[in-house]
Design a protein around this ligand. Structure first.
Ligand SMILES: [Fe+2]
Ligand SMILES: [Fe+2]
Length: 303
């Protein structure tokens, strides 16, 4: 009966609050999605963090610094939402961080790639954040109210990240031949990870996650939304997208594309990304170094 009433609420478009009844399966699915998002914000800050000391000029340095702080802030807000969902399962925030650091939980595959040049910082902020905004913008309509609420703030900040990235890209695109070559090289390296960003096509939208409005768009719908927005902009800059099969299909209104090597996608998702181990070890180091602060602040040590 409870389940029936819950599903009727979802069908009426109502939102579910943290202390409302929800089936365990709904709670678990929301939790998995939200923890993966939090992990990705935390890990996603690392490639750009490497560039804080090397960003060209004070204004760029401040912008990258501020974006990295925003991403860590997103992680903090999202873990807080996850904590409420996880409480009935006796899973704590520290458990979530331990699962991430020890390789039991996932973070987004796009954050396992190196960022060797300044153009990478522009491409990440413009196109990776653009792809993230596509996913997170769709999730504004998710049924779990606390997540939908913080996504409004997160999306507003992501939109600024995107402008920051676009500004770096436009500066390089209108710069010297060496700057344009650096930008083209970064785009060529990031194109496949961007195609992998939304996951493989062909998934069904009939499962519980869609019926319960935990998710509202399929991988392919999100990828097409991204391609429709960004491919024309990239081509207008005179850049070359490294996919000879990429073309717009008038009949379907979709972009057709070549196989972006889904075997490589699965290899990365299973923990084999180029920088997965190195970036996780950085998180492990901060956990180990800051452990004494957590211990000092734990209730057992409170005066
Ligand atoms: Fe973010
Ligand atoms: Fe961002």
């Amino acid at each position: 009966m409870d389940l029936e009433a819950f599903e009727a609420r979802i069908a009426r478009g109502e939102l579910i609050e943290a202390d409302d009844f929800m089936p365990d399966a709904y709670r678990r699915q929301c939790l998995r999605l939200i923890v993966t998002h939090a992990n990705s914000e935390l890990m996603g800050a690392l490639p750009e963090r490497e560039w804080i000391p090397r960003a060209p000029g004070l204004a760029r340095k401040l912008a990258v610094l501020s974006k990295v702080q925003d991403e860590i802030g997103h992680a903090q807000m999202i873990y807080r939402v996850a904590e409420d969902l996880a409480a009935p399962f006796a899973i704590t925030r520290q458990d979530m961080l331990d699962d991430l650091i020890d390789g039991r939980a996932k973070f987004h595959n796009v954050f396992t790639y190196p960022a060797p040049s300044w153009a990478d910082v522009g491409v990440i902020a413009w196109l990776v954040d653009g792809a993230a905004l596509e996913t997170q913008g769709a999730l504004l309509k998710t049924s779990y109210a606390p997540y939908a609420r913080i996504l409004r703030r997160i999306c507003a900040e992501e939109a600024v990240h995107l402008k920051h990235g676009e500004d770096i890209v436009l500066t390089l695109a209108s710069g010297t031949p060496a700057q344009r070559a650096m930008l083209q090289d970064a785009l060529a390296r990031w194109w496949q990870p961007l195609m992998h960003f939304f996951g493989p096509p062909g998934e069904s939208a009939n499962g519980d996650a869609f019926r319960w409005r935990i998710r509202v768009a399929t991988n392919e719908e999100l990828r097409q939304g991204f391609l429709r927005k960004y491919v024309p902009k990239i081509l207008r800059l005179g850049l070359v997208i490294p996919d000879p099969e990429l073309r717009f299909d008038n009949a379907s209104g979709n972009w057709l594309y070549g196989d972006p090597d889904w075997d490589e996608f699965w290899r990365v998702v299973r923990g084999g990304g180029q920088r997965t181990a190195e970036r996780l070890s950085l998180r492990r180091l901060s956990r180990d170094e800051q452990g004494w602060v957590l211990a000092a602040m734990s209730p057992e040590n409170a005066a």
